[in-house]
Design a protein around this ligand. Structure first.
Ligand code: BGC
Length: 378
C-alpha cells in the first residue's frame, strides 16, 4: 500500500493525531454547485469533496481547476493551501500562472513549437517565445470539462479534444477523475484515447503553499525529491537532452533541504529558470506508483507527499509570480509564494528521441495518476 512508502530518515513517525491517516482509503462526500459562467454563457460547476478528517477539495469544470484545498495544520487549524481565485472570472482574467489547472494535450514545453510524428511535421502554437507551453494558447486548462459524480464519490471530468485542435493530431478523449480519500490523499487519475497517432502529457498545475495561500513565500519549505538527475535546459527552458547528476549542485534534493537554501546561488541553470523551474528524472524501482517528493513546512507542520508512476517531476518555485496578482480573499501572490510539483514526462519529449516516449496510438490507453498525500508533523 502507498502509505508504506517513505524517504528513509526524512519520514517522521510523530504525526499529529488530527491527521492520523485512516487505514482504508474510503471515499469522501461530494456535492455539486453552480460556480459561474464562461464568456459564452455556458455554466461552470464546482464540486466539493470532503473526507472524514475534514479535508476539503473544490474543483471546477472550467479547466478542471483545483480551486481550493483546505487541510489542517498540526494544531488542527484549517487553511487553504493552493493558490487561485474566488470566482471563474479571476481565472479567465489571469490565465498566465495556470493556477490549479489540468494541463494538456502536452504539459510543459515543446521546442520551436513543432514536432515530427510518423514522418509528418506538426506545428503547435508559439505561446512562450519560440516554444509552445502547456498545450498552446487554448490548452485543456481553458476548456470547459463535463463533470459527473461517480458512484464511489469520485469526480469524473471529460473533455473531447478535436483532431487538429491546437495543432495536435487525432481526436483525443481525455478523462480525469479526482478522488479525496479517507487516507488523506487527493488522487488524480488520467486516461486518454486517440483515433490517430498523437502525443500526450497530462498533469495538474496546482501551486502549493503549506502555510496557506497568500501567507508569504515558500522558501522555508523543506523539499525532498527522489531523483539523482535532472534535465538541464537552454535559455528557452528546453532540455538540452543531457541527464545531469544533481550531486554537488543546488538541484540535489535527495535530502530534505529548504527551497530557499540555495535558490540564490550563482548557478547557470538557476539563472535560466529564475529559480527552480526544471524537470527531475525520478529514480524508480518499478512501474507502479512511487514517492516522488515530500515537502514539509516547519511552522504549520503540514506535509505534502507526491506519488506518481511518471518518469519526471517539474518542480517550479513560482519565479514568475511578481505580486501583480491578487488571489482568493484579495491576498497578493508575490514572488515565490507558491510551488508546483507537476508529475509528467520530460519536457520536449516529442523532439528528444532519448527521452521516454509520449506517443499514444489508436487502440492504446494513456494512463497516469498523481497522488497528493497530506499529513502533519509536530
Ligand atoms: C513552467 C514555468 C511556467 C509556469 C506557468 C510551469 O510549469 O515550467 O516555466 O512559468 O508553468 O506557466
Amino acid at each position: 500500500m502507498l502509505g508504506k512508502q517513505r524517504f528513509g530518515n526524512t519520514f517522521r513517525l510523530a504525526q499529529c493525531a488530527v491527521l492520523a491517516a485512516g487505514l482504508f482509503p474510503l471515499q469522501a462526500a461530494v456535492k455539486e454547485d453552480a460556480f459561474g459562467k464562461m464568456p459564452d454563457g455556458r455554466a461552470v460547476q464546482i464540486y466539493t469533496l470532503t473526507n472524514k478528517a475534514g479535508i476539503e477539495a473544490r474543483i471546477m469544470s472550467y479547466g478542471g481547476i483545483l480551486v481550493s484545498l483546505k487541510t489542517p495544520d498540526c494544531r488542527g487549524a484549517m487553511a487553504d493551501i493552493v493558490l487561485g481565485f474566488d470566482s471563474v472570472d479571476g481565472y479567465l482574467k489571469n490565465p498566465g500562472p495556470y493556477f490549479g489547472a489540468l494541463i494538456g494535450r502536452y504539459a510543459n514545453r515543446i521546442g520551436q513549437a513543432k514536432f515530427t510524428l510518423d514522418g509528418k511535421q506538426y506545428t503547435v502554437p508559439k505561446n512562450d517565445g519560440a516554444n509552445s507551453l502547456h498545450g498552446g494558447t487554448q490548452g485543456f486548462d481553458k476548456r470547459l470539462w463535463t463533470g459527473k459524480i461517480l458512484p464511489d464519490g469520485g469526480l469524473e471530468l471529460t473533455y473531447a479534444s478535436k483532431d487538429g485542435e491546437e495543432g495536435y493530431p487525432g481526436n483525443l478523449k481525455a478523462t480525469v477523475v479526482y478522488r479525496l480519500t479517507d487516507a488523506n490523499e487527493l488522487r488524480i487519475d488520467y486516461t486518454a484515447t486517440t483515433d490517430k497517432d498523437t502525443v500526450v502529457n497530462l498533469t495538474n498545475h496546482s501551486y502549493f503553499n503549506l502555510k496557506g495561500a497568500g501567507s508569504g513565500d515558500i522558501l522555508g519549505h523543506l523539499v525532498t525529491i527522489a531523483a539523482d538527475r535532472y534535465t538541464p535546459v537552454d535559455a528557452g527552458l528546453i532540455p538540452t537532452g543531457e541527464l545531469r547528476a544533481v550531486k554537488g549542485t543546488p538541484f540535489d534534493f535527495q535530502k530534505a533541504t529548504a527551497i530557499g537554501a540555495r535558490i540564490g546561488q550563482p548557478d547557470e541553470q538557476l539563472k535560466i529558470g529564475k529559480g527552480y523551474d526544471h524537470n527531475w528524472v525520478l529514480k524508480r524501482k518499478g512501474n507502479g506508483m512511487e514517492l516522488a517528493a515530500r515537502v514539509e513546512e516547519p511552522t504549520s507542520g503540514r506535509v505534502l507527499e507526491v506519488l506518481t508512476a511518471q518518469p519526471g517531476l517539474q518542480f517550479y518555485t513560482g519565479n514568475f509570480l511578481d505580486g501583480t496578482i491578487k488571489g482568493k480573499g484579495n491576498l497578493v501572490y508575490g514572488h515565490r509564494t507558491g510551488f508546483a510539483m507537476e508529475t509528467q514526462h520530460y519536457p520536449d519529449s516529442p523532439n528528444q528521441p532519448k527521452f521516454p516516449s509520449t506517443e499514444l496510438k489508436p487502440g492504446e490507453t494513456y494512463k497516469t495518476s498523481t497522488v497528493f498525500r497530506f499529513s502533519t508533523v509536530k
